[in-house]
Design a protein around this ligand. Sequence first.
Ligand code: S3P
Ligand code: PEP
Length: 417
Amino acid sequence: MSRMRVSGRLSGKVEAMPSKSMAHRAVLCAALSGGESRISHIAFSRDIQATIACAKALGLADFSFAGDKLRVIGRPRTVAEEALLPCGESGSTLRFFLPLSCLLAKKARFVCEGRLAERPLEPLKSLLMEKGVAWPGSHEVSGRPAAGTFEIAGNVSSQFISGLLFALPLLEGDSVIRLTTPLESAGYVELTRQMQAAFGVRSEWKSERELLVPGNQTYRPSDVRVEGDYSHAAFFAVAGQIGGEIAVSGLLPDSRQGDKAVLEILARMGGNIEIQGETVFSRPSLLSGTVIDAAQIPDLVPILAVAGAAAKGETRIVHAQRLRIKESDRLAATAAELAKMGAEIEETLDGLVIRGGRPLHGAEIDSHNDHRIAMAAAVAAGLAAGETVIGGAECVAKSAPQFWEEFRSLGGNAVEQ
Ligand SMILES: O=C(O)C1=C[C@@H](OP(=O)(O)O)[C@@H](O)[C@H](O)C1
Ligand SMILES: C=C(OP(=O)(O)O)C(=O)O
């Protein structure tokens, strides 16, 4: 486990890394297309490597890499006898491949690392079983679901809905996904639909809770460029508020990524945020506390808690219950680690309350093996007097292997112990 000694306020320019969420989707759609697709501007984080490995395990495609480009050659579709899918710690990979693997292998077993094995698969599991899938082991499925109506709660993980969306177009009949509760993390479902559209696959919202997915569709090869990642850029957007000016380039202003909301939230807190084309300028500001509803933007919570710690007054983060089922219990981890640095922060059942403006000091931080906790702590270190040491700092590779390089390029000190 690596320990990173970090300090320093950040400033300067950085290019947004390619979106992890969009890359998962691009790899999957390309692998399902029977021909050659090219994906440009892709980063090979551990999670994306897991998605590629699962596509290979199902015999879907051959992949060749050159820099930040990936060539995907889809193979003729066959049904594997038995497949072992290595998901690493990636929730997206596991939940996206679960319904698909029922169609593409007679039996599929998923290998999960870290906290992934404990992250919920209900209500997807019950739903697939209702549709004829057998679930003999905790992460093992066999049998093909029948097309029809798929009723599922919209408030556990949007990844279940995306997983169904990837698979249902390949069934013989039409299907409907009917949400029994309002959809949370809704932006991610739109990212799935957007990428599917680029590969010729469509679905249609019939009402707020009903999504029609026609069957007998074919994924068609396509060339796509992965857009910049707002979830990752959020770390620098907050760092710019508490350090020196930071410019993040390569962010689509009309992106459908829900985490684009970080800009609006910081502006609401009084932050100086300017958007010029595809570049976001974040400038040092006196932030004020606010109420943040996290139902649609769970991945922003750890770094918005850092903004809350810097802000004057109280910041309340609400509707963030699903944070407890991520790479760590992110509500507990964020509260514990920021408190070590001197922040006044309290966990509630579904969120956090931060009374900001207290001076922070360096501390021994535990990343909880959670990339977003490690990166949030690194940004918080810029607010703190003295040095911070982050234990388990290598976990950033799950989404952003280049994070410590970016941190140094913006003037931060990051020295591995
Ligand atoms: O579909 C996706 O790419 C993701 C969906 C979100 O999960 P939930 O829908 O489970 O909140 C998000 O937290 C995750 O990092 C990525
Ligand atoms: C929760 C995350 O990813 P996943 O659910 O794909 O593991 C994340 O990247 O913060």
